[in-house]
Every structure is written in C-alpha cells, then in structure tokens.
Design a protein around this ligand. Structure first.
Ligand code: AMP
Ligand code: ZN
Length: 672
C-alpha cells in the first residue's frame, strides 16, 4: 500500500473508531491502540503536507489559534423557542395549533397530532454545515441572523463528526446544543480551585465561553459535547422529527436517547413529570423540555413567528431541589449591624450553579428548620434566585448531632447582640467601632447606586480603615495624595483614580447622598420620595414622625428610623462635614437624572443607526437620566446596537450577558 493510500485508510479507520466510541458507545479497539494509530497518521501527514485534510482525525488534537471569530450570516435563521411554565399554557398552545391547522391537513398527514418530546439541553446552540459528508463550518447562534465562525474549536469536540457515516444529503445544516457535562464542569472547577483561579459559574456559561477561546487546544481538554436536535436544508428528506433524529444518529451525530414520541397530551405531561424529577440523574444540565409537532408537513404548515417556530414549545422547569450537607453556620455582620446567619454547605450543583453557601436569614428561620450541625438539607434554586435551604432530611440525622445555636455576642467585636421586640433580626449595637459596620457603611456610600465612587470597593474600604486613614464617609473628602502614598497595594494610578472618584462624587444629587448615608430601612426609593417631598435636609430634619409617615412608602418603622438617625449627635456632625465638603443636601432642579427612564443605567452605543445619529442617541440617553460609557464591562446595563457593531464588542456583550437593544427597541423604551 502506498503511503498515500495508507493515509486515507487510516483516516477512515479512525473516523470509524471515533463513531463507535462516542456515538455507538461500542468501541472495538483499546484507547492505547487508537492513540498509536493516530500517531502513525500524524507522522505520515507530516511527511506529506500535500495531502492535508481539514477534516482529518488529527485535526481533533493539538492547537490552533483563532484571533478574531468572523461573523457570518446564517443561511437559515436560528430561531428561539416560546416558553411555557405550566400545563395550562401548554394545553392552550396545543389548542392554538389545532385551530390553525386546517382539518384536511390534520386528516391527511396525521390523524392524531403527535408530539416529539425532547429535553431542553442547557448549553450554547450551534449550527453545523456539512457538504459532501464533511463538516465545513460551525456557527454560533449569535443574534439568530448571524453568528460567529467557531469551526476550529468545534472540531475539537469528539461528538461532532468531521466526516459522516452511511447516507446523508449532499448539503445541509444540523443544529444542536454544545453542553459541558456536569462531571467535566466539576473537574474543571476543582482544577481551577487548586490553581487558585476563579471558579466558573455554571456549565452553560462555561460551554459558550469555551467556544470562544482563542486557543483550541484548551477547548479539546474541556470535554464539551454536542447533542443535535434539528436539521435544515433546502429540501426536507424525512417526514417526522423522530425520524430525523434516528437518521442523524446513523450519520454519526450524537442524539440523546431520551427523546420520546408522545401520542396524547397526557403522554406529554408524564414525559415532563418524569424528567422534572429525574433530571438530576442526567450527565448534563437541562432547563426544561421541548415539545415539537412531530409531522414535518404539519410543521411546515404552522411555520414561524418572527421569533420562534409555532410548532414547538419549551416547558421550563421550576426550581430544582437537591440534597447536601450542612457543614457549619457563620454569622455575617452587615453595615447596619444586622447579623445574617449563612449556611456553609458541601458544594453541590443546583440549577446550573455550584452552591457552597446559602443565607439562613435569621434566628427564627434556623429554629423553624430545626437545623442541626451536619444535617442533610434540601437546597432549592430557581433561575436567578438565590439558593435557599428549604428543609431537613430528618432520616439522615445522627442521634448525637447538636442543634445550631444562635450566638449571643457579635462575632466581630464581641458586643452582646440585641433583638428588638417584634423583629426577626439580631443586631450588633456597636455602630461606632464594630469593624464590618464601619467598612460596610463606607462601601455602601461609595457603591454605584449611591455616590458611585469608582475605585472604592470592599477591599479598598477595608484597607483605608485598617490603615487608620478613615473612620467614616466624611473622612473620605479629607484624604490627600500624600496620605495615600506608600500604602501597600495602592499604586499611583489607583490613588489618582480614587481621589478623582471622590471628587466626582460631589456632584451626585441629594437623593443619592441620602441613600448613601445608609440610614436603616432607607432604600433608593424611599430616599427619592423623601427628597421629592421635603427638598432639603433641613426640612427632613425638622419633620415630625407623623409628617414623615405621611409620605408614600414611608411607614412607621422607616419614619422612626429617619427621625432618630437625624437626632444622633455623631450623625449631625457627619452631615455637617459632608456639607462643608460640597455634597448636595438639597434637590437639584433638573429632575431628569433622577426620574428618567434610564436613571442610573450605564449604556454603550455601538454601530450606525437609521433614525438618529450616534451623538443624538447619546444625548437622548443623558436626557433620560442614563450614562454613556465607551467600553463594555460587567457594569454595563445595555448596549444600543446599530448596524455594523464590531464583532469583538458583540462577543464581549454575549460573554457578559448584557442585553442588546436595537434602535427601535430603544425608541420604544423611551416612548418617543
Ligand atoms: P431559549 O434560549 O430559551 O430561547 O431557547 C431556545 C434554545 O433552546 C435554542 O436556541 C436551542 O439552543 C436550545 N435547545 C436546547 N434543547 C433543544 C431542543 N431539544 N430542541 C430545540 N432547541 C433546544
Ligand atoms: Zn459587632
């Protein structure tokens, strides 16, 4: 056999072994033999660069750098799915479908309306294009109309066939979800923890982030998987969704064997119920079930809305519950002295996130749950909601375990804790010198929603207090560069940023100053209402409890808190010093900034627009109280995206999950 033929034969053989191993789960050679053959192929290919093949099995290993992921238009748009959260909604959808399909069609194509139920894999969607049985391109979903070319990285995923098996259409696209299995995710985080690197949040974000890595050799190590669920081409070559899936499997794609053809609403319901309770046994995350009209001709009759197919509906699961162990309880002291008990848990993956801690709120909650050290607890987490301990599995409790006892003394300053009549929270009354209260107040004052002093977060606040430079927020305005120079961890640039941030904060409106003071129970809204009603600090100081209470949203508890705060000598002195520093203590006439639709929002404008010029859009943002920023960061609230928005900006926005608004959506939002 010539070396040329040998190369071809080896490539074919290795593709087959790959298919047997990853798709059929039925290997016929040992890993070691596979590696030997791969090495042999590699050597032959090196000797014959003229026989290079971008789809050779050797392309799955090794590296390759992608500097910029090119943005490419999808030949067929990638739609989203409509969501439902209850069986009622699902049934309503089925009724809508029946109405829409004319009776003849139903009779002719499907005497009964069948549904193919699939799991809703929680990862990143991908579209793979094949020509002549070979993978030619992989695009991310992007905005559905165009996506990023991630072919190089996709080739590293073993469940994506580079060359197809059996029979296949000459040209088509196949769609699927790239997921990171739970165990691969956990192993990855363990490795990162050992290396002192920050941990990934959840498998979904990690999967989509991995697709955008520049170095494809790292992608190869991560253990991503591709599960396919749809095929699109000029001509449909199968008659049902179910048939499509089994064909795809024969071509060499990974198809989850959990899909099921359901012949009635009841069957759909039981499929959903089954997976709702069994999803924790799956190797990957799902966030629901997708119900699809099975007959392709009916799908074609139903068509698409602007956003999603009419023939499919996602059913999203509610909060997921898992069991884990309570290792200990720690007690955090907030800026107002409130003590929050926090459960330290055996790390566990719930609803896509590794959870190690959960708030227990207060002593009553602990008592209600009757928590013991070492208990096995139920942990619940829905979409964006903070995890919650919802119960204890008593059967797993050891007989000698000790109940959790709420402390009598502040864990930070050892002051006896107090609890007011009728309140659930314990407080440390040592406002003046309990360290986390001091730093917490400063941090709150500097936070974005208050004075927005860039450069002072938790770490800097702690540092400045530890160094004895500040004890309260008024001290900030007396800081000088001289005092800050030489402090460890504060470089010249940080010092400059910090001082500039402090200076800039002086122009913040009164309501932000009032909120920043951190008066107990005075949140953003209440601060706004107080400023609107009284306009100046003098008027608030002179107001009686009854007058304060007369304001919307201000109840007795808040009124008393404001009233007594303003009568404490230290606080009066603090306000006096802040006034001398030049902070606003009366409302400014221009109310736009405070009440605008975009109040407090940081917005990036990118691309070109149809109705407005870029600067006009920026002006509109300011007129409505928003703030323009030039670069995208995790603090950005929105991106107004015009045509020709740069691909790197787009990628960054996607990575950080920042919503993009079109020009029209923006106009609609402002109601202009
Ligand atoms: P959503 O992101 O909530 O609009 O849901 C739509 C996305 O669900 C699609 O873009 C797919 O990436 C994903 N998906 C996961 N599993 C499936 C499935 N079995 N069928 C169709 N789409 C799915
Ligand atoms: Zn304390």
């Amino acid at each position: 056999m010539s070396e040329h033929d040998k190369i071809h034969a080896l490539r074919q053989e290795l593709h087959d072994h790959n298919y047997r191993y990853y798709i059929l789960d039925n290997p016929i050679i040992k890993d070691f033999e596979f590696d030997q053959k791969l090495k042999e192929l590699q050597a032959l290919e090196n000797a014959h660069p003229e026989l290079f093949d971008p789809n050779s099995p050797t392309q799955r290993v090794g590296g390759g750098l992608t500097k910029n992921f090119e943005t490419v238009a999808h030949q067929f748009p990638m739609y989203s799915l409509d969501n439902s959260y209850s069986f009622e909604e699902l049934k309503m959808w089925i009724e809508r479908i029946k109405k829409r399909l004319n009776e003849d069609a139903l009779e002719l194509f499907a005497p009964e309306l069948n549904f193919n139920c699939e799991l809703k894999y929680d990862g990143a969607s991908i579209s793979l294009k094949y020509k002549g049985g070979r993978l030619v391109r992989a695009l991310t979903r992007g905005d559905g109309v165009q996506g990023d070319d991630v072919t190089q990285n996709i080739k590293k995923i073993k469940t994506v066939p580079l060359v197809l098996q059996g029979e296949y259409p000459d040209e088509f696209e196949i769609r699927g979800e790239i997921v990171l299995p739970k165990d691969a995710f956990e192993a990855l985080n363990r490795k990162r923890q050992e290396a002192g690197e920050s941990l990934f949040m959840n498998p979904r974000n990690t999967a989509s982030g991995t697709l955008k890595l520049q170095d494809s050799s790292i992608v190869a190590e991560r253990g991503l998987q591709c599960i396919v669920y749809a095929m699109v081409s000029e001509q449909t070559v199968y008659t049902s969704q179910y048939e499509m899936l089994s064909r795809a499997k024969k071509m060499g794609f990974y198809v989850a064997d959990t899909a099921q053809l359901c012949r009635s609403v009841e069957e759909v319901e039981s499929y959903i119920n089954y997976w709702d309770t069994h999803r924790s046994n799956l190797p990957f995350e799902i966030d629901g079930v997708v119900v699809k009209v099975d007959t392709i001709q009916l799908q074609e009759q139903l068509g698409f809305t602007a956003k999603a197919p009419r023939w499919a509906m996602a059913y999203k699961f509610k909060a997921e519950q898992v069991l884990t162990k309570l290792l200990s309880v720690s007690y955090q002291v907030g800026r107002t002295g409130a003590i929050t008990p926090v459960a330290n848990l055996q790390p566990v993956l719930v609803a896509g996130t590794t959870v190690k801690r959960a708030s227990l709120h207060n002593a009553d909650q602990i008592e209600k749950l009757d928590l013991h050290l070492g208990d096995t607890v139920f942990l619940e987490k829905g979409g964006e909601i903070i995890p919650k301990v919802t119960g204890v599995d008593r059967s797993k409790r050891k007989s000698d375990s000790k109940p959790i006892e709420f402390p009598n003394y502040c864990p930070e300053c050892q002051t006896p804790l107090v609890r007011k009549e009728g309140e659930a929270q314990h407080y440390c009354p040592n406002e003046e010198s309990c360290p986390p209260q001091i730093t917490g107040r400063i941090q709150h004052f500097c936070s974005r929603k208050a004075m927005d002093v860039e450069g002072i977060g938790e770490e800097t606040a702690v540092l400045l207090v530890q160094e004895g430079l500040i004890k309260n927020v008024a001290d900030l305005y007396a800081l000088s560069a001289d005092q800050l120079t030489g402090i460890p961890r504060l470089g010249d640039l940080s010092i400059q940023n910090l001082l500039e941030g402090i200076e800039k904060s002086k122009s913040q409106p009164f309501q932000k100053v009032l909120f920043g003071l951190g008066i107990r129970y005075v949140g953003e809204t209440v601060a706004k209402k107080l400023v609107k009603a009284f306009e100046t600090i003098e008027c608030i100081q002179e107001a009686t409890i009854e007058e304060l209470e007369a304001i919307d949203d201000v109840g007795q508890r808040i009124a008393e808190s404001v009233f007594s705060y303003l009568r404490v000598e230290d606080n009066k002195h603090l306000i006096h010093r802040l006034r001398l520093a030049g902070l606003h203590f009366e409302s400014t006439s221009n109310n736009n900034e405070q009440d605008g639709t975009l109040a407090g929002k940081k917005i990036v404008v990118s691309g070109v627009f149809e109705r407005f010029g870029r600067n006009e859009i920026k002006d509109l943002i300011e007129q409505h109280g928003g703030e323009n920023s030039s670069s995208i960061s995790s603090k950005t609230d929105y991106i107004i995206a015009g045509d020709q928005m740069g691909p790197s900006k787009k990628a960054k926005a996607e990575q950080l999950g920042i919503p993009l608004l079109s020009e029209n959506e923006f106009i609609e939002m402002l109601g202009i």
